[in-house]
Design a protein around this ligand. Structure first.
Ligand SMILES: [Zn+2]
Length: 318
């Protein structure tokens, strides 16, 4: 079975229509503001489709270069792109982002060999007498994710073609938890097996980091603009007096409409269209009237979802 979808081209083109619809709705934009890339960073990662580099680092399109191949390995073609990124785009920082459970670790070369056509066999086997060794060299399979990252780092660091002022780091991604581990975290384990044995402990440390992070952003929220906007909503009672409510109310003058008008134009907290002065003057408003602080009324965009259009073939027909 190639795919459950009848037409893969349709699948992609329908997806692009959905994207265009979101552009029309202003939920998406193909435009990228500022320099490209935004940060002088290049990330080499595996082609595994579950790794969404932009998502896991909360980046946006245009932010960094991303290179991908099976197993995030150093190749001639990776070197080609890296040299362009460095010399044409001033990249200063390279990350080898490997991941747990890499498919390249699970490949059985004996089985794969039987699926290859004659041309592929010829291409792979033309240099050496040990065909399995040639297969391994061609597909760059490995048995250990951490060792693989270390090996690729070594190749980058030994590459004489690269300038010496480039920083090269390794990272390990866990597609199951979404955590990314820095080189300093996994390097001391040297092989993945040891890392896996300690994984609970490592995850716990990460979760503590998350608590610290949450506390930090919580402080930012509390000390930030939000509270400033929230402070001291003005309360005006039925008689037009500003009542004393414990806190500091410096505006003690008796109420009149002119003052209200002046305040309104100063603070723009009242929308003239929504405020009925006549009704207010008739004193038919029940007490007290609360002045609504600005910024809190958010009207979300109206979303219209495009229905899923691709057809599924019945499994029996495969
Ligand atoms: Zn992989």
């Amino acid at each position: 079975m190639i795919s459950e979808f009848e037409d893969l081209e349709d699948l992609l083109i329908e997806g692009n229509k959905k994207y265009q619809w979101k552009i029309v709705q202003e939920e998406e934009t193909p435009k990228i503001d500022g320099p490209i890339p935004k940060y002088p960073v290049l990330i080499l990662t595996c082609m595994n489709p579950s790794i969404d580099v932009y998502r896991i680092f909360q980046l946006k399109p245009g932010d960094v270069f991303v290179l991908r191949n099976a197993g995030n390995v150093y190749t001639e073609d990776v070197l080609r792109s890296v040299l362009i990124a460095i010399h044409e785009y001033n990249i200063k920082y390279i990350v080898i982002l490997g991941h747990i459970d890499c498919g390249l670790k699970k490949i059985r070369l004996g089985v794969l060999k039987d699926k290859l056509n004659d041309s592929a066999i010829k291409k792979i086997g033309r240099y050496g007498t040990n065909f399995y060794l040639e297969l391994q060299k061609f597909f760059k399979t490995f048995i250990d994710e951490i060792k693989n990252i270390e090996n690729q780092l070594q190749k980058f660091r030994n590459a004489k073609e690269l300038p010496t002022n480039i920083e090269i780091k390794g990272m390990l991604y866990d597609p199951n938890s979404g955590w990314v581990f820095e080189e300093k975290v996994f390097r001391k384990y040297s092989v993945y097996e040891n890392f896996a044995k300690d994984y609970r402990k490592i995850l716990k440390a990460k979760q503590f980091e998350l608590i610290d992070y949450l506390e930090k952003i919580e402080d930012e929220i509390i000390s930030g603009d939000v509270l400033q906007e929230l402070e001291e909503p003005e309360i005006i009672d039925e008689d037009g007096e500003v009542p004393q409510v414990g806190g500091e109310m410096n505006d003690q003058e008796p109420f009149n409409v002119d003052v209200l008008e002046e305040r309104t134009s100063k603070t723009s907290s009242f929308d003239d269209h929504n405020f009925d002065f006549e009704q207010f003057q008739n004193k038919s408003i029940p007490m007290p009237t609360l002045q609504i602080p600005k910024i809190y009324i958010h009207i979300p965009k109206i979303k219209v979802y495009v229905p899923v259009l691709y057809k599924k073939k019945s499994l029996k027909s495969e």
